[in-house]
Design a protein around this ligand. Structure first.
Ligand code: ZN
Length: 155
């Protein structure tokens, strides 16, 4: 019996496995954004002059005025720690030996949530300037993890 052939009066439970497949796509803007990280080691935002906003990550449309955003800007590889938190557990629930620092790094009028590295927890501060550390080009796959982490900026 399949789900579609189920009798309307049958119990609403399914015993066994359901075959579920999905494919996530980045979309037009996401494709271009992640390709630039992978191929160029650059982070792009898209600009809406009418709203005076620079979206990071870059996107196709302005969420305020719905304009098609055609102006893409290299926003550099530095941002500012807007907020941060500490992770004490791994995804599987096991306890980490050292907490991981995760921050929202403000870039343009948006930003990126990512790990912080090369810094002691007690030295992390709201407002500090950090820079992206990219994987070597031949190790990049077109993902946000092509950025290994953000570290305190050297300038
Ligand atoms: Zn706009």
């Amino acid at each position: 019996m399949t789900l579609l052939k189920r009798s309307p009066g049958a119990p609403r439970a399914w015993i066994g496995n359901l075959p579920v497949t999905s494919r996530y796509t980045f979309g037009i803007a996401g494709e271009r954004f992640f390709r630039a990280i992978k191929d160029e080691g650059k982070i792009y935002g898209s600009r809406c002059e009418a709203c005076d906003l620079t979206y990071v990550p870059a996107r196709q449309f302005c969420e305020r005025c719905l304009a098609d955003l055609e102006e893409w800007i290299n926003v550099g590889t530095q941002g500012e720690v807007h907020t941060f938190t500490l992770l004490y557990e791994n995804l599987d629930g096991s306890v980490r030996e050292e907490p991981e620092i995760v921050a929202f790094v403000r870039m343009g009028d948006g930003g990126i949530v990512h790990r912080l590295g090369d810094i002691a927890i007690e030295d992390v501060a709201i407002g500090m300037v950090v820079e992206a550390v990219f994987k070597p080009k031949n190790k990049r796959k077109g993902s946000i993890l092509d950025i290994q982490y953000f570290r305190p900026a050297k300038s």
